[in-house]
Design a protein. Sequence first.
Length: 255
Amino acid sequence: MEVRSLSLKNFRNYAEEHIEFAPRTNLIYGDNAQGKTNILEAVYMAANGRSHRAKSDSQLIKFGEPYARISLDFCDMHRTYRVVISLLPGGKKSVKINNVPINKLSVLVNYLNVVMFSPEDLELVKGSPAQRRRFMDTAISSLSPRYLGELVTYHKALAQKNSLLRAVKYSGTPTCGICSLPAAARKSYASAGAFWRGCPLRLHRCTMRLQAWDWRLGTVRRLTRRTRTNFTPGCAMRSGARLKTAARFSACSAT
């Protein structure tokens, strides 16, 4: 797999830019604050649908501009692909692959696998265990769509469980306090996914599901460490076998 070109419009400090990449290793150099890391960030976002450092997509839009657009051309052994990500006001985002809209970002990671290493990744050593687990989840998800689906479902169920526990805590009763709210309030909670019928029973079921998913995700992490997974910018190796879907693209920034 090969990354061929990148086009940017109102992305970070780039008003408009088009870059052609060499087939093998690419070296990006320049003065400080010229936008070298922004190029790598754009490639990473085109492959994963999100930035590795921005907390919201609105931070990626050039100051004073209404929108931003990223277009990445890459190919594999069979065909050529073009990913276009448009960042719109209000946090809206549209993703297309060969002019076909993509509704779920989990579909996007199946096309192009990239590994990003930045100064922020030093927190993997100095930071909390949660950051290391997040890194492992991201790396494994790029290789296993099924793992990504399980991970998304796990976090969704966890958020719902925490919302229910907070409602029980603030109600001051052992049962869910949402059940005693007025109809209008219950409707607003239902739209947010926090109001469940049969709250105690669903809480028990949710806890059991979370335990099962946590065991499954932990098993995958342990197996990954045992097989000595090696992620490098140029390719991804697992159990000593080269993955054909790995992106043969590497780039580094230098001052």
